[in-house]
Design a protein around this ligand. Structure first.
Ligand code: THU
Length: 135
């Protein structure tokens, strides 16, 4: 796979095992590379107050920003699901904050099925600073 996506998948699978998902039982792992070629990973972290839970993608983004990086080149998300799990709407918007519409988002199952889409395909018409130009 181009862009080192194999190792990103390995990293997403590794971090997925650390997911805290006692309520849904659905563990998710995400690993991203920055334009500077650094890798950051995150897993979902649920909470007994359900809305306080965070997605795997949000964890990876937080780790990236905490390390001083702001530009995502590519992300892989993996879960034990019959079909590859797509990032939720909120996470699509979070990804748009730190990358272009051409960003590759690879969604994978533990069984080895992968689907790759651009962020633009997953979030057409994204809200951007452009929309606030008159504000
Ligand atoms: N989840 C993620 O972490 N990423 C996704 O792309 C889809 C959903 C998590 C949130 C929650 O902890 C669990 O999966 C079930 O929705």
């Amino acid at each position: 796979m181009p862009g080192g996506r194999m190792s990103l998948l390995d990293e997403a699978q590794r971090v997925r095992k650390n997911a805290h998902a006692p309520y849904s039982g659905f563990k998710v792992g995400a690993a991203l590379t920055t334009r500077t070629c650094r890798v950051f990973a995150g897993c979902n972290v649920e909470n007994v107050a359900y809305p306080e839970g965070t997605c795997a993608e949000a964890g990876a983004i937080a780790a990236m920003v905490a390390a001083g990086e702001t530009e995502i080149a590519e992300i892989v998300v993996v879960a034990d699901s019959p079909e590859p799990v797509t990032p939720c709407g909120g996470c699509r918007q979070k990804l748009a904050e730190f990358g272009s519409g051409e960003m590759l988002v690879t969604m994978a199952t533990l069984g080895g099925v992968t689907v790759t889409r651009t962020l633009k395909e997953l979030l057409p018409g994204a809200f951007t600073t452009h929309h606030m130009a008159n504000g």
